[in-house]
Design a protein around this ligand. Structure first.
Ligand SMILES: *Cc1c(COP(=O)(O)O)cnc(C)c1O
Length: 343
C-alpha cells in the first residue's frame, strides 16, 4: 500500500518556505566567503555544513543506506521533537505510546500541545495488539512511538511488523539501544515502509552522549521534511568533528569491543544480582541496563545514594523497580558490594 506522506504533514509545514542560509545558496568549499557575515579571523569562525554531508557519507557507507535517507539531529530528542512539529497539528492530532517507556515522547507531546494516548504494555512489557487495533483507524492519530529495546524495561518489542502493515500514520521506532541488542535494526525496512522513522543515537553504544547527535533513518520524502523544518545549523562544527573522528575503522572496532565488554559485564552483573535476597526479579534485557524488582526500591535507592552509587529509581513508574546502567567493571563491583552489605 502506497502511503501519501504529504497528506500526513501539517499544512503550514507543507507550505513552508524554509530559511535559505548562505551555505545553502553556495555549496563550494573554496572561495572568498563574504556571504554569511562571518568573522574572517579565528578557527571556528565559519558556519558548519547545515546538512552534515561528511557524516552522512560515512554513515551511508557503513550501513549501506543512501545519505538521502539520513537526518542528523541535536540528539534524538530533536529527532523526536521534529516529528511532532512536522506531522502533528496542535490540539487536533494525537500520538500514541506504550508505557512504561522513554519520557521524552510525553514531554515533546506536551510542549507541542499534542494529545498523547498511552497504552500500557502487558505483564511481559509487550504490546497488546487487541487493545491497540481500534486506535489504528483514527485519522488524527499521526505517530506511534515504539521504543525497542524499550527504556526503562530493557526488552525488545514484538509485533512491530503488524503495526507497520496496519497503520497508515508515522511509525517511529526508537532504537537508542539497538547496538547492544542481538536483534536486527528496522533501519533496513525504510525501503519497504515510507511511513517509518528509525531513530538511533551516538549517545549510548557510541559513547558520545555529550556530543548530542541523534540519527533518523527514513524515506527520502520524510527526510526532506525534516531538513525543511530543522533549525539551519542544528549540529555545531565541534560536534560534527567529534562524530567524524569516531567514524573510522579503528574507532569503530574500539566501539565494538566496548560493546562486547559492556555486554559481558551485564552478564556478570546479572549473575551477582541473582545471588542477592533483596532482588526479587530481574527482567530480560537487550540493552545496556537492567531493570530489577526489589523489596523496597525507595529505601535501596537512598542507601545506594548514601554510598555514592546512583541508579535510576523507577518506583513511580513500575512498582519497586530500579534501573541499573551497566558501568565499568570497578563501578559494577562497587554496586554489588554495596548491595551485598544491604542484603
Ligand atoms: C538515551 C535515549 C535516547 C538518546 O537521546 P539523545 O538525545 O540522542 O541523547 C533516545 N531514546 C531513548 C529511549 C533513550 O533512552
Amino acid at each position: 500500500m502506497k502511503i501519501d506522506i504529504q497528506k500526513l504533514v501539517r499544512k503550514n509545514i507543507l507550505n513552508l518556505k524554509p530559511y535559505s542560509s548562505a551555505r545553502d545558496e553556495f555549496e563550494g568549499e573554496n572561495g572568498i566567503f563574504l556571504d554569511a557575515n562571518e568573522n574572517p579571523f579565528g578557527e571556528l569562525n565559519r558556519y558548519p555544513d547545515p546538512y552534515q554531508r561528511k557524516i552522512k557519507q560515512k554513515l551511508s557507507a557503513i550501513n549501506q543506506i543512501s545519505a538521502d535517507n539520513i537526518f542528523l539531529g541535536n540528539g534524538s530528542d530533536e529527532v523526536i521533537d521534529l516529528a511532532f512539529r512536522i506531522f502533528c497539528e496542535p490540539r487536533k492530532d494525537k500520538v500514541l505510546t506504550f508505557s512504561p517507556t522513554y519520557g521524552m515522547y510525553d514531554v515533546s507531546a506536551n510542549i507541542n500541545n499534542v494529545e498523547l494516548i498511552n497504552l500500557d504494555l502487558n505483564e511481559d512489557f509487550q504490546i497488546d495488539l487487541e487493545t491497540l487495533k481500534p486506535y489504528l483507524k483514527d485519522e488524527n492519530l499521526k505517530i506511534i512511538f515504539i521504543c525497542s529495546p524499550n527504556n526503562p524495561t530493557g526488552n525488545s518489542i514484538k509485533n512491530i511488523e503488524y503495526i507497520l502493515e496496519n497503520f497508515n500514520g508515522i511509525i517511529f521506532i526508537d532504537e537508542a539501544y539497538i547496538d547492544f541488542s542481538p536483534k536486527e535494526s528496522f533501519r533496513n525496512q525504510i525501503k519497504n515502509y515510507e511511513n517509518l522513522i528509525v531513530s538511533q543515537t551516538f549517545s549510548k553504544a557510541w559513547g558520545m552522549a555529550s556530543v548530542r547527535v541523534g540519527i533518523a533513518y527514513a524515506s527520502e520524502e520524510i527526510i526532506k521534511f525534516y531538513n525543511k523544518t530543522k533549525p539551519p545549523y542544528n549540529i555545531s562544527q565541534l560536534n560534527q568533528n567529534a562524530v567524524l573522528e569516531t567514524l573510522n575503522d579503528e574507532n569503530i572496532k574500539l566501539v565494538q569491543e566496548n560493546i562486547k565488554l559492556i555486554l559481558n559485564e551485564k552478564k556478570l552483573l546479572i549473575e551477582s544480582l541473582l545471588q542477592l535476597k533483596l532482588v526479587k526479579k530481574i527482567f530480560p534485557t537487550d540493552a545496556n541496563f537492567i531493570l530489577i524488582e526489589v523489596e523496597n526500591a525507595d529505601w535501596i535507592y537512598q542507601k545506594l545514594v548514601d554510598e555514592n552509587v546512583i541508579v535510576r529509581n523507577r518506583n513511580s513508574v513500575i512498582k519497586n523497580c530500579l534501573r541499573i546502567t551497566v558501568g565499568s567493571p570497578e563501578e559494577n563491583l562497587k554496586l554489588i558490594e554495596t548491595l551485598q552489605n544491604l542484603n
